[in-house]
Design a protein around this ligand. Sequence first.
Ligand code: PLP
Length: 479
Amino acid sequence: MSAPSASAAFNASLDVVRAVEPRIAQAIADELSAQRESLKLIASENYASPATLLAMGNWLSDKYAEGTVGRRFYAGCQQVDTVEAIAAEHARELFGADHAYVQPHSGIDANLVAFWAILAQRVEAPALAAAQARHVNDLTEQDWETLRRELGNQRMLGMSLDAGGHLTHGFRPNISGKMFHQRSYGTDPATGLLDYDALRETAREFRPLILVGGYSAYPRRVNFALMREIADEVGATLMVDMAHFAGLVAGKVLTGDFDPVAHAHVVTTTTHKTLRGPRGGMVLCTDELAEHVDRGCPMVLGGPLPHVMAAKAVALAEARTAEFQDYAQRVVDNAVALAEGLLRRGARLVTGGTDNHLVLIDVSAHGLTGRQAESALLDSGIVTNRNSVPQDPNGAWYTSGVRIGTPALTTRGLGVSEMDEIAELITTVFTHTTPRSDAAGKASKATYELDASVAAKVAEQATGLLAGFPLYPEVTLGG
Ligand code: PLP
């Protein structure tokens, strides 16, 4: 989009909002300034293009469109049909999937749709068959009771949280941990790498209905061909949640054994992380699961968000370009450079490095908790998030790790040499931060000392670094 038209579009939309609620227009404008000024290393965030953002601010939002393309429960959905069909077509062709369902409102929703689809397809439940064969009003209370028992007694095997798995892969705070009997697989304590032999053994013993692959904080590629082999051996459905690395699959950095779509029965994703689209979710699946996946709404989702599906279509079209493939490769090159820069300066990294978009720093090597390290970095203008490391002694709240990722800074245009400067800034913060002790001399897990002048100097250097890589250069607010 040319510079004047993007600026004109955003300024005009802010003027319209300002006339009704000026505080909201101000918050939107302030968010742009805040994002421009922060050195964002949050591995799950990115910056969507102006075209993607603008596709969301319109009257498509006004439509109810429960159902699927051509089979809606509401009249007047022709344009929503067009939008949803184009988004699904881009998704199928980009990822090489049989089927794409682009309605999920978020990654969690996409996973719920996939769980339901697998249950509906796989559970040979007499009560379920009866329920599907008869009218719902004819089912007795006993039928419902049997159905609940059959569906509620299934098993899920997912990556453990401290190895980098996600809450939705069978853990207690999420409904997946309440719906399924859950077991987890983890990483080799010596290397931090996924232990496929142990995973195979657990799968043989536990015999899950669903084997979940994918992660939020594992800094390595995963061999999905091998995971499919394990799933087939034990009769499990392989579901891969590629929320974090979908952009690397789209950009053809993760191919062959590392491409989940080529191997899994069902693949879920968010659209807003490495994929650089709007906030949302998506499910890709084989033909056998398509009919069940398409029942996501109303089974577990409300009406689709047509304006967000429009933005997904735009972002997916962008992801089909050679430019996006170059971006995806640079995301990984930058992560590797950042990891190497940190290692050269003495950091301890989980698995010793990375070959995807994220790096997990074990900050206990600096005598810090993840919480202290995250806060000290924030004081210094560097935005990250704390994260557990495998077998974390500090639990999920304080943690011993900080997760950093390169998708956002790569979108801004930062490259390998800037990553080395960032490694230096991070190291400076860590080496000048010490845990505060209480009166009895016990080190705190939350509070810390960091010389304000060091924090200010790092923040100044971070700002200087970003100045060369303006965010949304085509947008001048108030201009
Ligand atoms: N799956 C994985 C692997 C994630 O990392 C996340 C979010 O961090 C989600 C699912 C949930 O995505 P959302 O926040 O869009 O529900």
